[in-house]
Ligand binder design. Structure first.
Ligand code: C2E
Ligand code: MG
Ligand code: MG
Length: 396
C-alpha cells in the first residue's frame, strides 16, 4: 500500500464549493489543496504523487477545464480526474472522452449540485482495495514494459489470472467468474492489463497471451469441477485472436482433451473491436457459437454499434459498460441507457450483465430494471482462484 498520504486537488471558481468539497476530502483522512483559479494551481503544483486526484470544474474563468486537461497531458504523472460541470451533461461526456483519448485517468464526472455522498463513495473506492491483491492500481499503470519482457513473462509464467465473481441478481448466487490477467513483474510488482494488453496487441503477442490465458482457464475450470465448484468462466479475447483464427482450433482441442463442456466458457469481445477489425470475421464467431461456446459483447454502449450489426453475430450476452452503471442512480440519461440495454438484450434473447457495480443503490436499481447479472467491487474485486469458494451467495 502507498505510504504517502494521497493529495486531492480542487479547482472550482466558487470558493464555497471548494471549502465544502475540501471538508468531505479531509473527513476521509486525505490531504486537500483547493484553488479558485487554474493559473494558481499550475504555479504552485509542479508534480504529483502517484495516487493524486484532481477534482476539476470545467467552467472556470481564464483557463477553462479543457485547457487544464491539455496542460496536464504534458506533465509527468498527471493526477486522476473527477470532472464537474453545472451545465449540459453532454459537455461532461465530451470532456471525458477527450481526457480518455489523451490517456488521462478519468474517475468520474459529476453534475452540479455535486452529490457529496457520491463524491465520498468515489474517493473511498479509489483509495480502497485489498492490499494483497488490488491495491494502489495507479502505481502499476506507470511502468511500460517492453515486448521482450512480455515474451519472457509468458515463458516464465509471470502472468497470473484473477477471477471476478458475477452474480445472478434475483438469487444472489455466483454462477460465473470473469478471468482477468495480471502480471507479477519481478521488479515492478503487479501490473494491470491496461499496462500491457495494448502493447501485446501492437507487437503481435496477443495471440500468445490469449493462448496462455485460455489454457490456464480451462485447467482452473477442471480443478473447480473436481472440487464440486460449478462456475462458468468468461475470457476476454482480442480481435486479432479471431482474425488470426488459431483460437477456435486451440479451444476445440483443449475442450476435447480435457473433456470440458463448452457451455461453461464465454468469450468476451469488446463492442469497439466488433465494430472495427472484427466486422469482417463474424463467421468465425458464429462457428464458435455453434460449438456451444457463449459469446459476450463487452463494454457495451461505448462502441457505436447499430442494432443490425449486433444481430449479425450470435451473441448470447451483453455487458453494460461501467461508465453507465456508475451514473445509473444519479443521472437520468444513464438510467435511460441502462434500461434500454436491458430491454434490447431481452428482446434479442441475450443475458445482460451490469459491469462495475459499486453501490447497493445501483444493485437495487438494476434488480428493479430486470438486469440478469451483476459484477463489480460491491460484490468482489477480482481475486486469485483460491479465494473463489463453492456456493458463493451475495446478499446486498
Ligand atoms: P473488462 O473486460 O471490461 O473487465 C472489467 C474491468 O473492470 C477489470 O479491470 C475489473 O477489475 C474492473 N472492474 C470490475 N468491477 C469494477 C468496479 O466495481 N469498479 C471499477 N472501478 N472497476 C471494476 P482490469 O482487470 O484492469 O481489466 C481491464 C481490461 O483489460 C478488461 O476490461 C479487458 O478488456 C482487458 N483484459 C483483462 N484481462 C484480459 C485478458 O486476459 N485478455 C485480453 N485480451 N484482455 C484482457
Ligand atoms: Mg471483460
Ligand atoms: Mg468490460
Amino acid at each position: 500500500m502507498s505510504t504517502t498520504q494521497t493529495t486531492v486537488y480542487l479547482i472550482d471558481d466558487e470558493p464555497e464549493l471548494v471549502s465544502l468539497l475540501s471538508e468531505v476530502v479531509t473527513q476521509l483522512g486525505l490531504s486537500v489543496r483547493g484553488f479558485t483559479r487554474a493559473g494558481q494551481f499550475f504555479k504552485e503544483v509542479r508534480q504529483f504523487t502517484n495516487d493524486a486526484i484532481l477534482i476539476l470544474d470545467l467552467h472556470i474563468p481564464e483557463m477553462d477545464g479543457i485547457e487544464v486537461m491539455r496542460r496536464l497531458v504534458q506533465m509527468d504523472n498527471p493526477p486522476a480526474l473527477v470532472l464537474i460541470s453545472g451545465r449540459d451533461i453532454g459537455v461532461l461526456h465530451a470532456a471525458e472522452k477527450l481526457g480518455r483519448a489523451h490517456n488521462l485517468d478519468i474517475l468520474a464526472s459529476l453534475t452540479k449540485p455535486v452529490s457529496l455522498q457520491r463524491l465520498r463513495q468515489l474517493l473511498e473506492i479509489h483509495m480502497a482495495g485489498s492490499p494483497k491483491v488490488e491495491s494502489n492500481p495507479r502505481d502499476r499503470l506507470k511502468y511500460v514494459p517492453s515486448p521482450e519482457e512480455l515474451q519472457q513473462a509468458l515463458r516464465q509464467d509471470q502472468l497470473v489470472l484473477h477471477y471476478q465473481p458475477q452474480v445472478d441478481i434475483p438469487s444472489g448466487v455466483c454462477t460465473s467468474v470473469e478471468a482477468l490477467v495480471r502480471w507479477h513483474h519481478p521488479e515492478h510488482g503487479l501490473l494491470l492489463p491496461k499496462g500491457f494488453i495494448p502493447m501485446a496487441e501492437q507487437y503481435d503477442l496477443i495471440t500468445l497471451l490469449t493462448h496462455w490465458v485460455v489454457e490456464h482457464v480451462v485447467e482452473q475450470s477442471q480443478q473447480w469441477q473436481r472440487q464440486g465448484i460449478s462456475l462458468e468462466v468468461s475470457v476476454n479475447i482480442s480481435a486479432r485472436d479471431i482474425i488470426g483464427s488459431t483460437l477456435p482450433k486451440q479451444l476445440y482441442g483443449l475442450l476435447e482433451s480435457k473433456q470440458l463442456d463448452p457451455t461453461c466458457l464465454t468469450l468476451e469481445v469488446t463492442e469497439s473491436a466488433l465494430m472495427g477489425e472484427l466486422a469482417g470475421s463474424l463467421d468465425i464467431l458464429t462457428q464458435l457459437r455453434t460449438k456451444g461456446i457463449a459469446l459476450s459483447v463487452d463494454d457495451f454502449g461505448t462502441g457505436y454499434s447499430s442494432l443490425s450489426q449486433l444481430l449479425k453475430a450470435p451473441f448470447s450476452e451483453l455487458k453494460i459498460d461501467r461508465s453507465f452503471v456508475s451514473r445509473l442512480t444519479t443521472e437520468a440519461e444513464a438510467q435511460a441507457i441502462v434500461k434500454t440495454c436491458i430491454l434490447l438484450s431481452h428482446e434479442l434473447n441475450m443475458r445482460v450483465v451490469a459491469e462495475g457495480v459499486e453501490t447497493k443503490e445501483q444493485y437495487q436499481q438494476l434488480r428493479e430494471l430486470g438486469c440478469d447479472m451483476a459484477q463489480g467491487y460491491l460484490i468482489s474485486k477480482p481475486v486469485p482462484a483460491e479465494e473463489i469458494k463453492p456456493n458463493m451467495v451475495f446478499r446486498p
